[in-house]
Write a protein that binds this ligand. Sequence first.
Ligand SMILES: [Mg+2]
Length: 465
Amino acid sequence: MVKITGYETHDVRFPTSLSGDGTDAMNTDCDYSSAYVALKTDSELVGYGMTFTIGRGNEIVCDAIKLVSQRLVGKDVEELFADMGAAWNLLTADPQLRWIGPEKGVIHIATGAVDNALWDLYARSRKKPLWKLIVDMSPEEIVRSTAFRYITDAITKEEALAMLKEKQASKAEREANVRELGYPAYVTSAGWLGYTDEKVARLTKEAVQAGFNHFKMKVGADKASDLRRGKIIRSVIDDPANLPEGHKPRDPKALEGKNAGPTGAVLMIDANQVWDVPQAIEWVRDLEEIKPWFIEEPTAPDDILGHAAIRTALKPHGIGVATGEHAHNRIVFKQLLQAGAIDVVQIDSCRLAGVSEVLAVLLMAAKFGVPVCPHAGGVGLCEYVIHLSLIDYIAVSGSMERNVLEFVDHLHEHFLYPCSINKQGRYNVPDIPGEGYSIEMHAKSIAEYEFPHGSYWVGAAAQKK
Ligand SMILES: [Mg+2]
């Protein structure tokens, strides 16, 4: 019998504010950070998890992770693995900790780190990458692993089971397909607000050459600048002369309703919650010329009816609405779907409280027929989300070609099993038996960037004196 004996947390911060990486209309000086946890057992087995923050306050999340992890100490891992839905309920049901949520804010993202670490432990114990552990489960096991509380008015366990059973026979075919092709990705790192026009043009061209055909630009600080940068990006992505050698035309079905240009290139825009509802509508209408597929996070992430109003107003302009990276929990997604407020579901792998809650959102999105394009970037998020998109495609929704998974080429070198992109601009399938959820960090990176006593931060503090 293997038991969980304890945990270790690390407040790891990377000084990305120095380069302008990650700058958008709301987040102007991000130090990409990881509130990182290792769940220890009385065997060699260790489970790794983290949640992402952008700097100050990361220590508060680490403190919360300790409180949530404590709930697992002394538990038999096989008993936890046998019912991961029950394990999730255990993590979220502390009668005192619930008060500082419930299921939102610091305590919830901390729960995300811990639930992900438990899933990592499970996958490693079975010597499978996380996605493979889950797609190999029976429909009954997947439903049992899902956080189902509070969503049965949108999807019942019986409906979920029927949906999963319908996909069961063709799972092997989809797995083979995605192993061969990779999972479609899009690029955000060309369009940060902190970059010069020249840098935006150069990075966009490089992204086209690398095989990408979906691109995202940050907007919302200055309308004239948004239009100017949007036109620069469109001029690069719409020019057939920039396409890589051997480029094959995209499947028109995959581009339907995406405002694609003449080369099949798609532009998305992201405001990171900067506007009120009427301002969002007016601003995005004024950007119609650059033909965005969707506006991401136009307003407050909790404003379900506001998103619905924006979507209705922009529909005649051919522009959709996407959100989710700051949606607290599955209940917010449930309402966004019920209200017809979004065209794209953007789950976050560690703002939702881990894999069990993500499964709930994947099932609801599939039922409502809305594609899931997970949020990534930051640090560690790309490593996580490829697993979630593979689960969605192989076991849940069965569709991939209309979806795109965010990719940002930052900080992958700090992970033992970094994600990677193939020559067609698609994620490779993680395939190392012992990599679990792919989130284990190099000990050297932790030693260097742990805040405030890691070697980098000690050096930075000495320089300031
Ligand atoms: Mg975003």
